[in-house]
Structures are given as C-alpha cells and as structure tokens.
Design a protein around this ligand. Structure first.
Ligand SMILES: [Zn+2]
Length: 339
C-alpha cells in the first residue's frame, strides 16, 4: 500500500510526505479518527516510507513498495517496525516495558525503529506512564505512532508529546463511489455510505451486512406505518441487547427518517425510498411528523450516550414514531410536535 491509496487523506499525506522529504519527522504522532477511518493503513504506509530504501535526492516521500524494507513492512515481518495492540481489553504494562527495552536497542537494519501502538486508549495508567519515558527522550532513530478513535481518553501527558494527525472523514459521495468501484450494487453502496459517518472501513462493514439491515429497516418502517406496537416493542427488545447495536440501529433510523423528511418537504425520492419500496409510502407521515421523528431519534442518541436504559429508551422512541405515523397523543416527556 502507498500514500496514494489512502482515500481522501490528501492533507495528512501532504504533511507527512513534507516531513519525510525534509527529514523533519516528529518523534511521536497521535493518529485519531473513528474506527475504520484508515489509521492503521496510514501508520503502515508511513512506517514503510520511514524505512524505504529508495530514499534519494529526488524522493517525494512515497514508499516505493518494492524494496526489501517495503516488502517486509507489507508482510508484517520488518524487525524494526513493531505493532503493539491490546491483549484482551488492555494494553498492559509488560507490553510497554518490552517496547522500552526494544527502544533502547539500535535499529536492526533500517534507519528508523517504528512503534505502532494500536488502540492507544486501551493503555492502563501504568502502561501509559511507562510509555512516557521513551516519548520524553530526545528524538532519535525511533518514531512512535499512537492510534486511537478516542483521543479524549489519552492521558494529556502522552497526547501533549505527540503531533496530532486527525484522519479526514470522507464525503458520502466519495465513499459510495469507492464501494461501487469495489463492485457493490448502487443501492447498497449509497445506503452504507450514508451510515458510515465518513469512514470507508465502517462503510465496508455495513455493506457486508446490508441484506440484514435492509430487511430490518423495511420491517421497522412497515410496523411503524401500521402502528403495530407489538412488533415495535419486540424490535426494541431485539435492538437493545448491546449499546453498539442500539447505536447502530438509531443511526439507521436517523438516515432513513432524514430522507423521509426531505421527501415530505418535496425532494425527489432517494435511496431509502427504493429500499422501503413505494407501497409503504404515506403511513400518515407529514412534514411535521417526519421532523418530530427525526428530533426524537436524535434525542434518543444523546440519551443513549448518557447511558440511559436502552430498552426503555427504544420502547419510548418507537411508540412515539408509531404515533407520528398514525396520529394520536404524544407520550409525556418527548418533544412536542412543532406547530
Ligand atoms: Zn521501499
């Protein structure tokens, strides 16, 4: 893999290449971005570039991909490029002690020793304090690449010693195009892109489960249109098994009702209309109703992040959605329908 293969990261790539070419690489970097945003790929390309043997006066910072060093990095067996990832839930003290011992040695064969610390937020406090010492040392032949989706969980003493690189989130259209180029059907590509939060890796993951998600969206929508409260309460139970699952389904509903709101406002039907099929159209959802649903979904997303009781939360939300589709009294405690 080369820098040129990293979709949508032009700005970060420019920064890194400029540092490589001028030989002004920072001692440590913190790469941040949601899961699937390409942090690991970026780190591996950067590691390859740091140790690429094709460096010369004309070099533009792109790893050649062909030299012995680049091939070893690609195969994950370069002795000077190490990936440290959590064993179980945490990055443990022993792992950082090993990193420190390794850091004290000269590079075996390459110019730089590169330490990629994946899911750096999983460091225990002891592990983080152990990593602090090598980060505080004057820059030498070692470069540290810390990756995290949760920068707020990184100790400030660690973060302040790193150059921060935030992975760019990709526009929906770019993600959809990339998925189509990988051979995925248009409907699937567009819907997955809409659910991916700017992350190509996440979009691929959603696309892989698209048949299931589509079926669930259809069934949910049909039940909401019919005002079928039993089906909706069953759905609430099924979707509240884990926080991640609840979060994902709320994102699904957000994307779906955002589209329905646009439609109710006169926009042409989008990808969700094709997913849901024309038959369920109507369902009593007015412009104001669609807006209320969307507000309620976003309210539920916030409540979920604040650790609300998942199942109860989804039950209240789904009954409110059914009410918006079929008319009826609002449940207490939810936003009133705008006039
Ligand atoms: Zn090379």
């Amino acid at each position: 893999m080369r820098f040129a293969d990293l979709l949508g990261q032009e700005r970060n790539v420019r920064l890194l290449k400029a540092a490589l070419v001028r030989d002004r690489v920072a001692h440590a970097y913190l790469l941040t971005g949601p899961p699937g945003s390409g942090k690991r790929s970026m780190a591996e390309v950067f590691a390859a570039a740091l140790d690429c043997e094709a460096r010369g006066p004309e070099w533009d910072g792109e790893p050649c991909g062909e030299c012995r060093s680049c091939r070893k990095v690609a195969h994950g067996n370069h002795p000077d490029v190490q990936v440290i990832a959590p064993e179980g839930a945490h990055l443990k003290l022993e792992q950082m002690q090993e990193l420190r011992r390794e850091n004290a040695r000269r590079p075996y064969e390459a110019r730089y020793k590169v330490f990629i610390v994946d899911r750096a937020e999983a460091m225990t406090d002891e592990a983080a304090n152990c990593l602090l010492q090598p980060l505080e040392e004057p820059p030498g032949p070692a470069v540290f690449l810390l990756l995290t989706a949760y920068p707020a969980r990184i100790l400030p003493t660690i973060a302040s010693r790193c150059s921060i690189l935030k992975m760019a989130s990709l526009p929906e259209a770019l993600i959809a195009r990339a998925l189509m180029e990988e051979g995925r059907p248009e409907e699937q590509a567009r819907a997955a892109a809409a659910l991916a939060g700017g992350s190509l890796g996440r979009a691929r993951e959603v696309a892989g489960r698209w048949e299931t998600l589509r079926e669930e969206a259809r069934e949910f929508y049909a039940a909401a249109c019919r005002g079928d409260r039993v089906a909706l309460l069953n759905r609430a139970a099924a979707w509240s098994k884990s926080r991640e699952e609840a979060q994902e389904r709320l994102e699904l509903l957000e994307a779906l009702y955002r589209q329905l709101l646009l439609e109710a406002g006169g926009s042409p039907p989008g990808v969700w209309r094709r997913v849901l099929g024309p038959a369920e159209d109507g369902g009593g959802l007015s412009l104001a109703g669609a807006r209320t649903v969307l507000e309620a979904v976003m309210w539920a997303q916030r409540a979920l992040s604040a650790n609300a009781h998942r199942r109860l939360l989804l039950e209240v939300l789904f009954l409110e959605i059914a009410r918006c589709h079929t008319g009826g009294d609002s449940l207490p405690g939810l936003a009133e329908e705008p006039a």
